[in-house]
Design a protein around this ligand. Structure first.
Ligand code: PLP
Length: 560
């Protein structure tokens, strides 16, 4: 596994349209050369990219603002700690070149053409980079560092490729040539790696990027290896940072679905003398109650409508009057798309020492969450919803103090015990039982991509998709089950038209034939179908689906 990359911007730059710019800033089809490289590297699973730039530090500095994980090394030695992909900024290349190097068994290797031309695309071991660094003194000029690295690259194993395409660009004329003659071939080579697109508008598993799908295709590894422990530790650390301030949250991973994570919380986070209030305003609140009954906990259920706001005052009064020690609530009820005021309720609980358990399975990684600020003690989510990974990993986020208390709670089950799983991982960097290895690699890639996008931007993209859907729902005269102001904008329950010509199955099959998967409703007291807008989907795709919806409704005489 290669977790970091180094981009080298060598020399004084190039003249382009009478301006001196860094080579990496040369545009190809409107995108700076190096930016294409940055995207390729992140898509190949690199977590951090360092730039060693002899020129254009201002330009590169701006680029680092656009890409989380991209850093400029300014006048200090390369502090790279693992094997590294090293790419010169002026190379236009097809993305498969990176896969080629990642799969290499040699650790110091460069790609060359059949006639022996150096490509500027290489892999260096940590030891080689450390050696090259030692060749330069403490605060050596960037030029010297680049020269030392170039010397190290000269000594690497040469891997000839007759197929891979690349082009090194050193002036405007070469840029023009590359754009005219080579770019379309490189684009086609990249296109050939694409997986057929299916847009999932069901409420998870959500649509994933190709890079997340590809992350599962990696060398076999025994999950007891330190290397895999490091990957899981990184995943836990990054997920924790998405749920709270540094050092405040611990994330515990389980092989299992979202329900497994919910069951972990209910079974592990309430002591024998605890009393739990469960809010049920949809299928997932109801599931919390079923789990609590299986474990014979002391609990009560407060039922509320699936499409009306919760009565917070009534809940607060019940919590106090009933002397409850714990509250369990679903943040986003995926059943209907209703967003519950979980932060308001949980903050109230915190002021009174009541422990809070939150199902954020379909809220996390879309709705920004800070567990301290929101008053969440325990929170569940899963790898296949808004984080945009594959199904198979459930995670429980824990505020540290709340987690410590569970050490003394009874162990009511084995596989799903939170404290046991947490302490074992802390001690060994291993899960107690076989983890879903490839799903975790996909989750790692999904996290890299979530960081690049940012949770707030992700929610804004989801909301734009929702806007596209709602425009057409209103235009066709359909009605939504939940009032707009309390909707999550992540999933929409739409009331089925009363026309006898309407058939969910027909509508589903029509949408599916055009690459969109939709989902039936899930509540007994209203006939609905549901459209989710989470996952790796784009507003223009939602517009395309909305047109299908409109056409179908017209075809059965429903649309206005
Ligand atoms: N909780 C919520 C809010 C959900 O939306 C879901 C699934 O959609 C679950 C729990 C259960 O997750 P899973 O089906 O992965 O067990």
């Amino acid at each position: 596994m290669i977790r970091q990359a180094l981009i080298i911007e060598e020399g004084p730059g190039v003249s382009f349209q009478n301006k001196l710019i860094p080579k990496g800033a040369l545009p190809i089809d409107g995108l700076p050369l190096v930016e294409r490289s940055v995207r390729n590297l992140f898509a190949a699973g690199v977590e951090e990219i360092f730039v060693l730039a002899e020129t254009g530090t201002d330009w590169y500095g701006k680029l680092t603002e656009t890409y989380t994980g991209l850093r400029l090394i300014s006048n200090e030695q390369c502090k790279l700690h693992g094997d590294t992909l090293v790419i010169f900024s002026n190379v236009l290349y097809e993305a498969a070149a990176l896969t080629f190097l990642i799969n290499e068994t040699q650790r110091d290797v460069q790609i060359i053409s059949k006639i022996g031309e150096f490509s500027g695309i290489c892999r260096l071991s940590a030891e080689t980079i450390a050696c090259a660094s030692q060749l330069t003194e403490g605060n050596a000029a960037i030029g010297k560092q680049i020269a030392a690295l170039a010397k190290a690259i000269e000594k690497t194993v040469l891997r000839k490729s007759n197929i891979l395409q690349w082009y090194k660009i050193n002036n405007e004329e070469q840029r023009n040539e590359a754009e005219r003659f080579l770019f379309s071939t490189i684009q086609e080579a990249d296109e050939l790696r694409k997986v057929r697109r299916e847009v999932l508008l069901n409420p998870g598993p959500a649509t994933t990027s190709d890079s997340v799908k590809y992350a599962q295709l990696c060398a076999d590894i025994c999950p007891r290896e330190q290397e895999f422990g490091d990957v899981m530790e990184w995943i836990c650390g990054e997920l924790s940072l998405m749920a709270g301030k540094p050092g405040r949250v611990e994330t515990v991973l389980f092989g299992g679905s979202g329900t497994a994570a919910d069951e972990v919380m209910i079974s592990s986070c309430v002591p024998d003398d605890g009393k739990l209030l469960i809010i049920d305003n949809g299928a997932y609140g109801e599931r919390f109650a079923k789990i609590a009954s299986v474990y014979k906990l002391n609990f009560e259920v407060l039922k509320s409508s699936g499409f009306a706001p919760l009565d917070c005052d009534a809940i607060k009064a019940k919590l106090v009057d009933g002397r409850f020690s714990h509250l369990a609530v679903v943040y986003h009820e995926t059943t209907t798309g209703l967003l519950n005021p979980a932060p308001e309720l949980c903050r109230f609980c915190h002021e009174r020492g009541i422990t809070t358990i939150v199902d954020a399975v379909s809220a996390f990684a879309a709705i920004p969450i800070d567990m301290d600020h929101d008053g969440f003690d325990f929170m569940a989510s899963t790898s296949n919803k808004n984080i945009q990974g594959m199904a198979g990993v459930g995670f429980v986020f824990c505020r540290k103090e709340a987690l410590e208390k569970t050490a003394a709670y009874p162990m009511r089950n084995y596989y799903l015990n939170l404290w046991d799983q947490y302490t074992h991982f802390k001690k060994t960097k291993q899960t107690r039982f076989t983890p879903p290895v490839q799903t975790l690699y996909a989750l790692r890639q999904a996290i890299i991509e979530a960081k690049l996008e940012g949770i707030e931007n992700r929610y804004a993209r989801y909301a734009s998709c929702w806007d596209e859907l709602v425009k057409v729902v209103k235009k066709t005269g359909l009605r939504m089950l939940v009032p707009e102001e309390i909707q999550s904008k992540l999933i929409t329950a739409i009331i089925e038209p009363s026309s006898p010509k309407y058939s969910f199955d027909e509508f589903h099959d029509l949408a599916r034939s055009k690459g969109f998967t939709i989902y039936p409703g899930k509540i007994s007291d209203a006939d609905t179908f549901r459209i989710a807008n989470i996952g790796d989907i784009r507003p223009e795709e939602m517009t395309a689906f909305a047109n299908i919806l409109e056409d179908y409704m017209r075809s059965i005489g429903v649309a206005l």
